[in-house]
Design a binder for this molecule. Structure first.
Ligand SMILES: Cc1ncc(COP(=O)(O)O)c(C=O)c1O
Length: 425
């Protein structure tokens, strides 16, 4: 990971994001606190896509003309830059997908689709176990349910504790010699909880299980080093890390990718095609069937360059201070219950709360009338909400461009929302 090349000056950062000037109505500036759902994009990302589209666009890896070469260079160059951001040993370990959901489906599908030529540790079969956690986003739960259904494997999960962290009391019982895959999120999209990956992945490795980390929420907000994490597969989402929609990443150890069967099939992922059978290209092409999201990959690379220039440690410090401020402010309000660990640094800036007796959709609407854009509902983590007896929560999430004043506006807005509902009863 390279050293930051610019000062972390939030006002200067805000000038990079044209959308932050938007007014929701003539008197209401927008306070965007929903980067956890999708982040806004700095001009550098928008410009990178526009530059590519206005200068270099063509189909990649097809055609002998110079434009095809320019587009291929842009696309493969983007892969190299994303690999550098992640600390990947080789760009060939970076597979571009549509989003984190597709990256996780790719692994879950391919692990269930091997044949006698696939190494045993990359084949999930009847009698095997897949271990997830109760806090997973549906993107890292449903694909494993489906794999269990197709293969006859058993799905198990690490339960939640009362303090909004994983309950690891029975970890030794949950990890057995049958456990083939341990798939878990680095950071909860609802609770902000950062999971103890080193401990969990080491325990998984010790019994020979493959590890899959959903880093959709963590990679945009904290230093992220694949070597340190030590997983077998990691999934990321471009649009949560200041990049475009329509692009995600599956990073996988090359030896695994090289031994796994493909997920989607068709053009660009083959070695030879006969009428009755085909052979497949080496990774990453094997997992990138069809025309890929080219300008989106270029935009994602610009986003990773942008984050690298800021320095992920500085990003984390900035967002930690905002999180602490929000937690203090919200916890002081009557009727507000924080749904997540009480203090940073064991958590990051996805701050969910319950306003007693109020439906999160109503809370979100009142906050929106004040210009404060937050996410409401179960945030695609239904089992987690059920565990705590909640139908949904209201979630504010912080980004590189979030200011302390915006956090104060959130706290004030929640206080006013609470007063508003009380005035009705
Ligand atoms: C933890 C986590 N994993 C996976 C996803 C899925 O990301 P995407 O919708 O980009 O596929 C999300 C999106 O909210 C998420 O928060």
């Amino acid at each position: 990971m390279s050293a930051p090349s610019r000062e972390f000056d939030v006002e200067a950062i805000r000038r990079d994001f044209p959308i932050l000037d938007r007014m929701l109505d003539p008197d209401t500036p927008m306070v965007y606190l929903d980067g956890g759902a999708t982040s806004q994009r700095p001009r550098q990302v928008i410009d990178a896509e526009v530059d590519y589209l206005t200068r270099d666009h063509a189909a990649v890896k097809r055609g002998a003309h110079r434009m095809a070469a320019a587009a291929t260079d842009a696309y493969e160059g983007a892969r190299e830059r994303v690999a550098a951001f992640l600390g990947a040993p080789s760009p060939d370990e970076v597979v571009f997908t549509k989003n984190a959901t597709e990256a996780l489906n790719l692994v879950a599908h391919s692990l269930g689709d091997g044949d006698s030529s696939t190494p045993d540790h990359l084949r999930v079969r009847e009698g095997d176990e897949i271990l997830v956690t109760e806090m997973e986003h549906h993107a890292n739960l449903v694909p494993w349910q489906q794999l269990a259904r197709r293969s006859g494997a058993t799905l198990r999960w690490i339960p939640m504790a009362e303090d909004f962290t994983l309950d690891l009391t029975d970890l030794d019982l949950l990890l057995t010699e049958r456990t083939k895959v341990v798939a878990l999120t680095h950071q909860s999209n609802v609770l902000g909880t950062i999971n103890p990956l080193p401990r969990l992945l080491e325990a998984a490795r010790a019994i020979g299980a493959l590890t899959v980390v959903d880093a959709a929420q963590s990679a945009p907000h904290m230093p992220f080093d694949l070597a340190e994490i030590g997983a077998d597969f990691v999934a990321l989402s471009g649009h949560k890390m200041l990049g475009p929609t329509g692009i995600g990443v599956l990073w996988g150890r090359y030896e695994h990718l090289a031994a796994l069967p493909p997920f989607l099939t068709g053009g660009s992922m083959i070695e030879m095609v006969h009428l009755d059978h085909s052979t497949f290209a080496e990774p990453p092409a094997r997992f990138e069937a069809g025309t890929p999201p080219i300008s989106q990959a270029v935009g994602l690379a610009a986003a990773t360059d942008y984050l690298s220039a800021l320095g992920m440690a500085q990003v984390a410090d900035h967002e930690r201070a905002l999180t602490q401020r929000a937690l203090r402010g919200l916890a002081a309000l009557d009727d507000v219950r924080i749904i997540g660990p009480a203090l940073a640094p064991e958590r990051t800036g996805a701050v969910s709360f319950d306003l007693a007796g109020r439906h999160p959709h109503d809370v979100g609407q009142v906050l929106d009338s004040l210009g404060i854009e937050v996410r409401v509902g179960h945030h695609c983590a239904w089992p987690l909400h059920r565990r705590y007896g909640l139908h949904g929560t209201t979630r504010a999430s912080f980004s590189v461009h979030t200011t302390a004043a915006e956090v104060d506006a959130l706290v004030d807005g929640v206080a006013r929302t609470s007063d508003f509902f009380r005035s009705l009863s």
